[in-house]
Design a protein around this ligand. Structure first.
Ligand SMILES: NC(=O)c1ccc[n+]([C@@H]2O[C@H](COP(=O)([O-])OP(=O)(O)OC[C@H]3O[C@@H](n4cnc5c(N)ncnc54)[C@H](O)[C@@H]3O)[C@@H](O)[C@H]2O)c1
Length: 257
């Protein structure tokens, strides 16, 4: 191991962010571009091209907005190929796409709705990881960062499918971490607490206040605070951090009384 000190920069790297058109995913793309990466935003929304263009204007990064679903394996393969052709091989994957709106107690939750959470949040992440790996393995360098949730460890009242899919991401994270460490490919998960972003919009005002009162800093997190952690994990500097699941929650899970 050399004693050369590593600068903090993603220069020369291409990052692929699922669900990057808005919210936390957009901020992750923005911060990675600010830190030097070229970025590909992959999202269901038809505004994904505008989001990519906004990041290019702000940071001068090369960007690409591709509309598609993480549940469509062929679309994922096409998007990775387009990214590689136009920007270069994808060396950073951020699995951020998810649905967060499927809310009901188990007794009222249909099996199909539960399955949909797993299909998008967990199998979507697996699909993207599977198809980004050949390029990373050829280059012998890669970073996969899975955006899980505090709900992965704490559960979530009324969101069994969401919570289970986010817990599944932690197992996927550890398996990827074990399989590819020898090729300098790491995989880690980030578990945001309550963040002031679209997924939290569904929570009623009074409940947001009650939750905020249980957060040590007494405030919701910002999308940037999640993105800064992701950018560290995506960097050369995080080379020996592997298979970890990191809360970005102001210590919310520590709060007992
Ligand atoms: N906001 C929070 O409090 C919070 C807390 C913990 C975890 N998270 C996680 O952070 C991530 C981002 O959440 P957010 O708050 O920005 O919400 P969001 O709804 O804005 O983010 C989800 C993005 O994913 C996209 N998407 C959904 N299904 C897709 C699919 N099949 N294929 C491609 N794109 C798809 C959406 O269009 C959207 O742009 C999610 O994984 C969420 O579970 C959020």
């Amino acid at each position: 191991m050399s004693s050369r000190l590593l600068p903090f920069s993603h220069a020369g790297k291409v990052a692929f962010i699922t669900g990057g058109a808005r919210g936390i995913g957009f901020e992750i793309a923005r911060v990675l571009a600010f830190d030097g990466a070229d970025v590909v935003l992959f999202d269901l929304l038809d505004t994904v091209g505008d989001s990519a263009a906004a990041i290019a204007r702000e940071h001068g990064a090369k960007t690409l907005g591709i509309q598609g679903s993480v549940t469509d394996e062929a679309a994922v393969v096409r998007a990775m190929a387009e990214a590689a052709e136009k920007l270069g091989y994808v060396s950073i994957l951020v699995n951020n796409a998810a649905i967060t709106t499927n809310v009901d107690r188990v007794v009222n939750m249909s099996v199909d709705r539960f399955r949909r959470d797993v299909e998008i949040n967990l199998i979507g992440a697996f699909t993207c990881a599977k198809h980004v790996l050949p390029g990373m393995l050829a280059a012998e360098w890669g970073r996969i960062i899975n955006i899980s949730s505090g709900a992965a460890e704490l559960g979530s009242f009324g969101q069994s499918g969401y919570s289970a899919s986010k817990s599944g991401m932690l197992g996927l994270t550890r398996s990827l971490a074990l399989e590819y460490a020898r090729k300098q490919i790491t995989c880690n998960a980030v578990m945001p607490g309550l963040i002031d972003a679209p997924a939290a919009d569904a929570i009623r005002g009074d409940m947001r206040e009650r939750i905020a009162a249980l957060i040590p800093s007494r405030r919701l997190g910002t999308p940037q605070e999640v993105a800064y952690t992701v950018s560290f994990l995506a960097s050369e500097r995080a080379s020996y951090v592997n298979g970890e699941s990191i809360f970005v929650s102001s210590g919310q899970e520590l709060f007992v009384f």
